[in-house]
Design a protein around this ligand. Structure first.
Ligand SMILES: NC(=O)c1ccc[n+]([C@@H]2O[C@H](COP(=O)([O-])OP(=O)(O)OC[C@H]3O[C@@H](n4cnc5c(N)ncnc54)[C@H](OP(=O)(O)O)[C@@H]3O)[C@@H](O)[C@H]2O)c1
Length: 292
């Protein structure tokens, strides 16, 4: 089985490439120079070598949530129509597709972890285009995995978002700053490395197609996440807790978007607690000072 990773230099994609290689899969990493998902000709050219049994992992996205409000055409074109184009090309060639989606397909009204069977209801343009992408991908390709992640942190940092939250907080901690961080938005942080391992686990287990929630286990507010980062880095300062209303961006955010899986256990797979994943990330980067 060959795995073709679109966005292979991105935060999630780079970890999928590493995890696939270390599990012995034949991997092709496609960066943005090698494929443009908004171009039919580019998608056909880049995927011309795939065949039955292969899996195309599509991590490409326009995911700057506030900018998506101003540029819905671009968001739809990459997150939904582009995803459809990739899924259809994979289908034509007998390959499966893995589309990476988001916790922002939910509205946050549930206030307990969202599982795969929960009905989505996005409240911003980014979430709407990701949900449209999910629908189009599943309609175009009978062998489709929809992988939902949230609040991702990986060593490469998100190229589309210019880094990741953990790196921003480490920089603030090292500078002795006390950043304002919202305490009334609750989510499940996702280690790109852990998510990639689970994505490979799904393909290895020949898991049934469909939706999977692959966030790390547990939940926290952004403030709690920041505070834990400061603690583990041995910072002398602390972040300051503020309500989301004082930091409002253009796009509304779901106040609660914790993802949990009702499907992984049956496959012998399990998401690790986010605290363990964070500790592993900080340790690998040489940031870890406290073992608290
Ligand atoms: N980051 C998060 O917190 C988060 C949370 C939930 C879900 N997700 C989802 O996870 C996925 C991966 O996120 P990430 O953090 O790994 O993002 P990322 O680092 O920005 O990676 C996305 C990759 O896709 C490439 N790309 C962007 N537009 C493309 C296009 N039109 N055609 C082909 N390639 C394109 C980018 O290349 P260039 O940078 O060179 O343009 C980049 O390498 C996305 O689908 C996102 O919606 C992310």
């Amino acid at each position: 089985m060959r795995m073709v990773v679109i966005g292979g230099k991105g935060q999630v994609g780079s970890e999928v490439v590493l995890a696939a290689r270390s599990s012995g899969l034949d991997v092709v990493s496609l960066d943005h120079d090698s494929i443009e998902v908004t171009s039919q000709a580019s998608v056909e050219r880049a995927l011309s070598d795939i065949g039955p049994g292969d899996v195309v992992v599509n991590t490409a996205a326009f995911h700057q949530t506030d900018r998506c409000e101003d540029e819905p055409d671009r968001a739809l074109s990459i997150n939904a129509v582009g995803a459809y184009r990739v899924a259809l090309e994979a289908q034509r060639r007998g390959a499966a597709v893995m589309y990476v989606s988001s916790d922002f397909v939910f509205d946050g009204g549930k206030r307990e972890p969202y599982v795969e069977s929960d009905a989505p209801h996005p409240i911003n343009v980014y979430g709407m285009t990701k949900l449209a992408g999910e629908f189009l991908v599943s309609s175009a390709n009978a062998r489709a995995y929809i992988i939902r992640l949230s609040a991702v942190f990986g060593p490469a940092g998100s190229s589309g978002k210019g880094g990741n939250f953990v790196e921003s907080m480490v920089a603030e901690a090292r500078a002795g700053d006390a950043p304002k961080v919202v305490d009334d938005i609750v989510m499940a942080p996702t280690s790109a490395r852990d998510a990639a391992a689970l994505m490979i686990g799904l393909t290895r287990a020949q898991a049934p197609y469909g939706i999977y929630h692959l966030a790390n286990a547990g939940q926290c507010s952004w403030f709690e996440f920041a505070d834990t980062i400061f603690t583990l880095c041995g910072a002398r300062t602390r972040p300051e807790r503020v309500p989301a209303a004082t930091m409002a961006g253009k796009a509304p955010r779901p106040p609660y978007s914790v993802l949990a899986s009702e499907r992984l256990g049956a496959l012998g797979l399990m998401a690790h607690p986010w605290q363990d994943a964070l500790r592993g990330y900080l340790s690998a980067k040489g940031y870890l000072k406290n073992r608290a």
